[in-house]
Design a protein around this ligand. Structure first.
Ligand SMILES: NC(=O)c1ccc[n+]([C@@H]2O[C@H](COP(=O)([O-])OP(=O)(O)OC[C@H]3O[C@@H](n4cnc5c(N)ncnc54)[C@H](OP(=O)(O)O)[C@@H]3O)[C@@H](O)[C@H]2O)c1
Length: 221
């Protein structure tokens, strides 16, 4: 399979690149800095520079992949932003960074993903259960929550446009031991990623536009 991963310098994205490469897939993986590119080159995968937080940083994807068609695309890049407990207003710079990185980046890239998707290909978008309104029991990190709720909305729209050409779905990866999740998180990154890969593989055409836990359970919006 050909696999594209956006946001693969570390954490879940890097582990996706590692597992897909190990499985014999042809992997194109992006980072935005030299350290991430070097790590990915050491892994032996093709590298791309993509920054989801600015227009220019998203524009290079098409020429970077040079006509390659992908069976799997993983949109992973994300930031948490201010670690608030209640309804403390974020400063505008923090709000803009989180929304630009987590929402606008996907909106800019999704037409390029559609152009690059093989017939019947599948797009996995790393959202978070923190974006769910149905499951909400705490307001902590409300800027991040708002960004993932907005991202979920754009995934639904993307599914309506993609139609029967493929599948696009939002995923909660679990609370994962990465820089974002912290060392006290519930599950190891290799377990989260093997679950995510299996769950995306198992989705049916009617699941497109859905919101899933890493283990395949449907999540409430
Ligand atoms: N870990 C968890 O418990 C958890 C739970 C729910 C959802 N998620 C979601 O899963 C995804 C991956 O999380 P993670 O735990 O692997 O986080 P992480 O360890 O903090 O890694 C974040 C990744 O996103 C990239 N990134 C950040 N801003 C970017 C930008 N403007 N352009 C391109 N790439 C950018 C980072 O690249 P740099 O190295 O360049 O910063 C890095 O590769 C995120 O969308 C996150 O919201 C994680």
């Amino acid at each position: 399979m050909n696999v594209l991963i956006i946001g693969a310098s570390r954490g879940i994205g890097f582990e996706l690149a590692r597992q897909h490469h190990e499985a014999g897939d042809t992997v194109y993986a992006s980072a935005r800095g030299q350290n991430g590119i070097a790590r990915l080159k050491d892994l032996g995968v093709n590298t791309l520079v993509v920054n989801t937080a600015d227009a220019l940083g998203c524009s290079g994807l098409s020429w970077g992949i040079d006509g390659t068609r992908f069976d799997r695309i993983w949109h992973v890049a994300g930031v948490f932003g201010p670690r608030t407990a209640g309804v403390e207003p974020p400063v505008q710079q923090d709000f803009d960074l989180v929304m630009h990185t987590n929402v606008l980046g996907f909106m800019r890239l999704v037409p390029q993903y559609f152009d690059a998707l093989a017939q019947g290909g599948r797009i996995g978008v790393l959202s978070s259960k923190m974006g769910s309104m149905g499951l909400r029991a705490s307001p902590s990190g409300w800027t991040y929550r708002a960004s993932k709720a907005a991202l979920n909305s754009t995934v639904k729209d993307a599914a309506l446009v993609l139609g029967a050409r493929g599948i696009v779905a939002a995923f909660h990866p679990g609370w994962v031991q990465t820089d974002m999740g912290g060392t006290g998180a519930e599950i190891a990154v290799d377990r989260s990623v093997s679950d995510l890969r299996r769950t995306l593989d198992a989705l049916k055409p009617s699941d497109t536009g859905g919101y899933f836990n890493h283990d395949g359970q449907t999540l409430a919006w």
